[in-house]
Design a protein around this ligand. Structure first.
Ligand SMILES: [Fe+2]
Length: 348
């Protein structure tokens, strides 16, 4: 563990880890799998039974750097089975206790949700390298740098917190994290980036999804422009995804300011190697995240993460976001019995 990582890591005591494991195995026995509607209904109450030390470890520092690692959860590398070849191949029973951990932790922070077009609308996603996707800017990629980005930046319903659970990471492949709270910009650059000047377009997996409605030609010119920076209730916030931001439509002074922001985010980047039994909590309004390249083996031992999105009702965002339609991509209400799922197999 690096020094930077140790500063933001909360290591659970053996007693708390054991008590948490007992809660998870009891829930797995009672409900079977994380998408059991009875569990979805009961999860908020079960999360309240977490040990006090765990709940304390979850608390994010107000106005802080924007991420936290909670370490020491029980995880048996043999019991979880091989890393699946594709997210679809993950066995929902074999990792039920870890899926349930992600769901319950999400309830500690707010309301978990899924996307109608992402991994069949599942609440808890599996992030694994997949053949044929090695060079994409998506979570299924491997051999390319996954560029720093705000999760689902194009959408006004994007998560406030993103939780990543470490199932397996034998090669210590790093997740990159940069906090907007650490960038050093000129006042004029802040002003420029706080103006709604350019849109953020949906990612390629969305375009490949006819069911959700492909982005029509010329949409960049009619898409809503959004601010890159704003001041939230506890400090500076950002909404950033350069790979899907048509900067060529922006004035030169905006492009220069955006370039300065990108340079500062890169300069302040930390790399966290999420290990088995660790959960990374990311404030999606403060942190941009990415992943360093790695060579997948496709032999069942590759890096494997769990992911869940969390909304915090009432947490402030720019008011104009209320008028964005999110390009037709829908949030799944976890309590809805029959959400309409569509195919969007990848996300970053
Ligand atoms: Fe991402």
């Amino acid at each position: 563990m690096s020094t930077a990582q140790s500063l933001v890591t909360r290591e659970l005591s053996a007693a708390t880890a054991a008590a948490t494991a007992d809660i998870l195995s009891a829930a797995a026995d009672a409900y079977g799998r994380v998408d059991n509607p009875d569990l979805i209904r009961d999860a908020a109450d079960i999360a309240k039974t977490f040990p006090a030390e765990l709940l304390s470890a979850c608390e994010m520092e107000r106005g802080g750097i924007g991420f936290r690692v909670i370490a020491g959860f029980h995880l048996d590398d043999q019991a979880i089975g091989p890393t699946p070849a594709r997210w679809k191949d993950a066995d929902p029973h074999r990792t039920a206790d870890w899926d349930i951990l992600m769901l319950l932790l999400a309830h500690v922070y707010g309301k978990p949700f899924g996307w109608s077009g992402q991994q069949d609308g599942r609440l808890v996603n599996n992030i694994v390298p997949s053949r044929g996707h090695e060079r994409e800017q998506t979570g299924a990629s491997s051999t390319v740098l996954l560029e720093p980005h705000t999760e689902d930046a194009f959408h006004p319903g994007r998560c406030h917190y993103l939780l990543l659970g470490g199932m397996r990471n034998h090669d210590d492949t790093g997740t990159t994290l940069s906090s907007v709270r650490e960038v050093d910009l000129e006042p004029a650059e802040f002003v420029e980036l706080a103006s709604a000047t350019v849109p953020i377009l949906p990612d390629t997996s969305y375009e490949a999804n006819p069911a959700a409605g492909a982005l029509p030609a010329g949409a960049a010119s009619s898409a809503p422009v959004v601010p890159t920076l704003w001041v939230g209730e506890d400090g500076l916030c950002l909404r950033y995804d350069p790979a899907y931001t048509p900067l060529d439509t922006a004035p030169e002074r905006y492009r220069r300011a955006y370039g300065s922001l990108s340079t500062e985010l890169a300069r302040n980047a930390r790399t966290v190697s999420l290990r088995a039994g660790e959960v990374l909590v990311i404030d999606n309004d403060v942190i941009v995240h990415g992943r360093v390249p790695f060579i997948p083996r496709y032999d069942g031992t590759d890096r494997w993460l769990k992911r869940i999105n969390v909304r915090v009702p009432g947490k402030d965002r720019p008011a104009a976001e209320e008028y964005e339609d999110g390009y037709g991509e829908d949030v799944v209400d976890p309590l809805s019995a029959h959400p309409v799922y569509s195919e969007r197999s990848t996300s970053k």
